[in-house]
Ligand binder design. Structure first.
Ligand SMILES: Nc1ncnc2c1ncn2[C@@H]1O[C@H](COP(=O)(O)OP(=O)(O)O)[C@@H](O)[C@H]1O
Ligand SMILES: [Mg+2]
Length: 274
């Protein structure tokens, strides 16, 4: 395990990078400094999990890379080019589906490929491929309202993958799901990542989820968000669901728990003082 208090240059090709990126919302005395200058490299094929107390700027960081927000200072790059707005090369999945309610599951997933000029036949075959990957082939003709929350998130993941993005940006994608569904989907997403090795930036509140999935865990401080620690757990390539009971897993879980608790207490004090 490697832990560093700062950025720690990852091995391999850098897929995306934050270079001294800060974010302030608003101006004047009422403004909020959400992120202190942060530098972070995301290596190609990595599965990077961001964890940190509520309000520490995780979504802000992800949204800046997505191109939904602009940084107040610093630079965000993907594949060596500055990020200047949303782009199909970055696939985003939110906490709740954001599916097109009036379209079938199949059409939701085929939407992106069609929009980028694929023929209807091609788009349908791409959709079929990704729906199979997330185990929803038999639900292709259904509508989102006919699906459970877990199934809707699977459609969201299939829809993001169907655009063949260079990086997947996922903001607490499983947060609204019950514990059992969540565990099953964690296994599923792990297998998808193992098979595709898509670069992923993933936000979660669950330490266990981060340890189970990530090649890199970035622990953030309370607002204004900074990087408190970067860890490189070794469980992402395992196919054994029981890794979560291993000694090293449990030890790292307790380390991260300690770090997050400290930051959550700081965040709480900030709330009280406001
Ligand atoms: N559009 C916005 N306008 C003003 N403040 C914002 C906006 N978005 C986020 N913030 C503030 O920035 C901080 C970080 O928010 P966010 O990135 O959503 O945190 P997290 O995802 O870690 O919970 C919070 O204090 C939040 O209130
Ligand atoms: Mg958030």
């Amino acid at each position: 395990m490697h832990v560093s208090s700062s950025d720690g240059a990852p091995k391999g090709i850098v897929k995306a990078s934050f270079n001294q990126v800060s974010k302030r919302f608003g101006t004047g005395p009422e403004s909020v400094l959400a992120l202190e200058p942060i530098s972070l490299d995301i290596a190609e094929n990595a599965f990077v999990c961001l964890v940190g107390p509520s309000g520490c700027g995780k979504s802000t960081l992800l949204n800046i890379l997505a191109g939904f927000e602009t940084a107040t200072s610093g630079q965000v790059m993907m594949d060596g080019l500055p990020v200047s707005g949303p782009d199909a090369r970055r696939g985003v999945v939110f906490q709740q589906g954001a599916l097109f309610t009036w379209m079938s599951v199949q059409d939701n997933v085929a939407f992106g490929p069609l929009a980028t000029g694929k023929s209807p036949t091609e788009a349908a075959s791409i959709a079929a491929h990704y729906l199979e990957m997330v185990g929803l082939t038999s639900f292709a003709r259904r509508y989102p309202y006919e699906l459970s929350g877990g199934m809707q998130q699977r459609v969201g993941i299939a829809r993001a993958l169907a655009n063949d993005p260079q990086i997947l940006l996922m903001d607490e994608p499983f947060a609204a799901l019950d514990a059992q569904t969540r565990e099953l989907l964690q296994e599923e997403i792990k297998h998808i990542w193992q098979d595709t090795r898509k670069t992923v930036l993933w936000i979660t509140h669950s330490i266990e989820e981060a340890l189970f999935l990530a090649t890199d865990i970035v622990v953030m401080t309370a607002r204004p968000g900074r990087i408190k620690a970067r860890l490189t757990p070794q469980f992402a390539l395992s196919r054994d669901p029981a890794v979560v009971t291993g000694t090293e897993f449990v030890r790292m879980k307790s380390d991260i728990f300690g770090m997050l608790r400290e930051e959550a207490l700081t965040a709480q004090r900030q709330e009280v003082m406001r």
